[in-house]
Design a protein around this ligand. Structure first.
Ligand SMILES: *[C@@H]1O[C@H](CO)[C@@H](O)[C@H](O)[C@H]1NC(C)=O
Ligand SMILES: *[C@@H]1O[C@H](CO)[C@@H](O)[C@H](O)[C@H]1NC(C)=O
Length: 239
């Protein structure tokens, strides 16, 4: 509970900061000024949202092996993998209300595509990135190519969640800025950069890799849950 209150306060702070610093000109110049700030790496709101997702979010790791099997790893409980399409899954870390909104919006995009075109759609990481951006910056021209994003209202603050999206056998991670990282090894939430940095090569078993990756970062005795995507198989590993 305390954690959620902290995240909420941080976001509230971002909101207040933005209200005070926003020029009262047209929406367009507002949009451009925030984006310009981001391009030079200076957007305070995005930094706060990223910090909140990083420091307060549950740690979730994803790894794709050479045989294309994908495992998700989290602390104690298996992370909840939300089905977007029959082959697209999303897991989030950070502010739960924002995560719920993302999941519901993506599901409704999928439902719309099914009804309208009889298609499950593709490029879900790009669609997800378009949502992150539309919420913060408003709908831009590049975004309007994605059905549904056109109707998104600008919130005036970034989403306080990081997410991992699995589309088929591809893995993507998204930050509150909407930047997409694609890799066979991803991590979001607390300690994720440090763990990625010391994750060893592929030669060891998954258990040995995880032990090495988490060494000195997570306390000894921490229990990790490992689940295999596309099955109901999950097991636990004690560090
Ligand atoms: C693929 O490789 C991983 C890691 O070595 C292993 O855990 C998993 O069982 C393998 N999957 C299949 C279907 O062989
Ligand atoms: C996993 O479990 C659910 C509910 O128990 C079941 O409906 C589903 O078919 C299972 N999936 C697989 C791949 O076994």
């Amino acid at each position: 509970m305390m954690i959620h209150i902290n995240v909420f306060l941080l976001l509230l702070l971002c909101l207040i900061t933005s209200t005070h610093s926003s020029p009262t000109n047209s929406r367009l110049s507002n949009y451009e000024s925030i984006r310009a700030l981001d391009e030079s790496g200076q957007s305070i709101q995005l930094q706060h949202a990223s910090q909140a997702a990083l420091q307060q979010g549950n740690l979730i790791l994803a790894v794709k092996h050479d045989n294309s099997t994908i495992h998700l790893i989290s602390i104690a409980q298996p992370s909840v993998l939300h089905t977007i399409t029959p082959t697209t899954f999303l897991t989030c870390s950070g502010v739960q209300a924002d995560a719920r909104w993302l999941i519901e919006t993506l599901r409704s995009m999928h439902q719309h595509m099914q009804l309208q075109y009889g298609s499950t759609g593709s490029h879900w990481a790009q669609r997800l990135a378009a949502l992150y951006r539309a919420v913060f910056w408003g709908v831009s021209e590049e975004n309007t190519k994605w059905q549904h994003v056109r109707n998104i209202k600008q919130w005036g603050r970034p989403l306080g969640v990081s997410s991992i999206l699995i589309e088929g056998t591809r893995l993507y991670a998204l930050e509150p800025s909407g930047v997409i990282v694609s890799s066979n090894r991803l991590a979001i939430g607390k300690h994720s950069p440090e763990i990625l940095r010391q994750w060893p090569g592929n030669d060891d078993t998954l258990a040995d890799q995880l032990k090495a990756a988490c060494h000195t970062i997570l306390p000894r005795g921490t229990v990790l849950s490992i689940q295999q995507v596309g099955t109901n198989d999950s097991w636990q590993l004690q560090l």
